[in-house]
Design a protein around this ligand. Structure first.
Ligand SMILES: NC(=O)c1ccc[n+]([C@@H]2O[C@H](COP(=O)([O-])OP(=O)(O)OC[C@H]3O[C@@H](n4cnc5c(N)ncnc54)[C@H](OP(=O)(O)O)[C@@H]3O)[C@@H](O)[C@H]2O)c1
Length: 367
């Protein structure tokens, strides 16, 4: 059977080619084309732009001096770094955590740097304790400018291998603790007509990691809480009250010494950031509220990657976590860390993960 001339396959291809709109040459990405040659440069610019977004602006001492800050989890790590930074800027700092002797040490440091300090021993998972923190703060310093819910604990391991009481405690401290703190803070801010609430999330608020299931869930919930609260504040017309969620990448703090760990291996701490840079970011955002605030280029890249391609980014990060947490990390015994009661170890701002191997205080970091 003969075909009409215009219906042969060759004619159809020719017609489609004539109909197709050629992409301008500028979008041609074949090797050797101008765009292909420019691609590494464009990628570098994009990374720099992300880094730029994450760069916190300068904070003048005058912006902070005399203001009252409540910082939970102030006995070590980022919270201690924030407290010390605020001290050097002349703030009144209320230091909250369970280890009283460390809070006294941090209070002395804050005062030595020029600030005022009030240590209050409290467990954030107890609503009564948070109400007491509020009462003691008001009695000592009057109105509160910034409340930072920073205290948290973590648990590492296959979800089914981690005891249920550790998962439950992570929720009690990380989520209920933030709800308790946010409740007392926002009631006070509403009465005052101003205030900045800063909640410590994590990059895991956006992009959860395998073997961190309950921790990641609490951090995602903290981000959702902040978004919902900002809507309520807008609807209530409270323009001078805002909630920020800070989202750091892994940070070199004692967090991993304090975490519950049922993975059978040392915690994998991948390319951790400097805790003092995160502390600076927390101080900056307390004055320039941002609903979501990924800190540093790694967190910004992970955040953008998860927004654009969530399944791919989760698959890649899970594969990396599996390799470094479950296969490559040295063996370690099971522990509930500092979840149920505080521990002696892990007292400074730094965790020692960036120290060269073998140095005093060095702790394993992968890769
Ligand atoms: N390190 C990281 O890789 C990383 C990454 C992203 C986000 N973060 C977040 O950063 C925040 C600070 O953690 P960090 O890295 O600085 O670790 P950290 O050194 O272990 O600090 C946690 C702080 O929370 C306090 N805390 C724990 N349980 C508490 C409770 N029930 N009541 C009151 N205080 C309690 C701890 O002090 P006591 O034991 O004295 O109570 C300590 O001061 C957390 O929200 C964490 O999720 C950390």
């Amino acid at each position: 059977m003969s075909r009409a001339a215009g219906h042969t396959p060759a004619a159809r291809v020719a017609r489609i080619e004539s109909l197709s709109i050629p992409l301008p040459q500028v979008f041609d990405m074949r090797p050797g084309t101008p765009l292909a040659r420019l691609l590494p440069l464009l990628l570098a610019c994009w990374l720099l732009a992300l880094g730029g977004c994450a760069t916190v602006g300068h904070v003048d001492r005058a912006e902070v001096a005399g203001k009252t800050y409540v910082v939970t989890g102030a006995s070590s790590g980022i919270g201690r770094g924030v407290a010390e930074k605020l001290g050097s800027m002349g703030a009144n700092v209320v230091l909250v955590a369970r280890r009283t002797e460390l809070l006294r040490e941090v209070a002395a440091e804050v005062q030595a740097r020029g600030g005022q300090a009030l240590p209050v021993t409290a467990d954030v998972s107890r609503a009564d304790d948070m109400a007491r923190v509020m009462r003691e703060t008001l009695a000592r310093f009057g109105p509160i400018h910034v409340w930072i819910n920073n205290a948290a604990v973590g648990t590492i391991g296959r979800f089914v291998d981690v005891p249920l009481e550790d998962h439950a405690r992570v929720v009690d401290v990380n989520l209920k603790g933030v709800i308790h703190g946010s409740h007392v803070a926002l009631r006070q801010f509403r009465q005052q007509g101003f205030g900045s609430l800063v909640n410590m999330g994590s990059i895991e608020s956006e992009s959860p990691l395998a073997y961190h299931a309950s921790y990641a869930s609490t951090k995602a919930a903290i981000l959702a809480l902040g978004r919902a609260l900002n809507e309520e504040l807008r609807l209530a017309g409270l323009r001078k009250v805002a909630v920020s969620t800070v989202m750091p990448w892994a940070v070199d703090t004692p967090f991993f010494q304090h975490a519950s760990n049922h993975s059978g291996r040392e915690p994998a701490v991948i390319l951790p950031d400097d805790p003092r840079k995160v502390a600076d970011a927390v101080v900056w955002v307390s004055l320039h509220p941002r609903e979501e605030f990924p800190v540093g280029w790694k967190a910004n890249l992970a955040y953008a990657g998860h927004r654009v391609a969530p399944d791919l980014s989760e698959r890649l990060s899970a594969d990396v976590m599996h390799r470094y947490q479950m296969e490559k990390a040295p063996p370690a015994p099971a522990t509930s860390g500092s979840l149920h009661r505080p521990v002696e170890v892990g007292r400074g701002v730094d965790g020692g993960h960036r120290e060269p191997p073998g140095a005093v205080g060095a702790r394993p970091t992968v890769p």
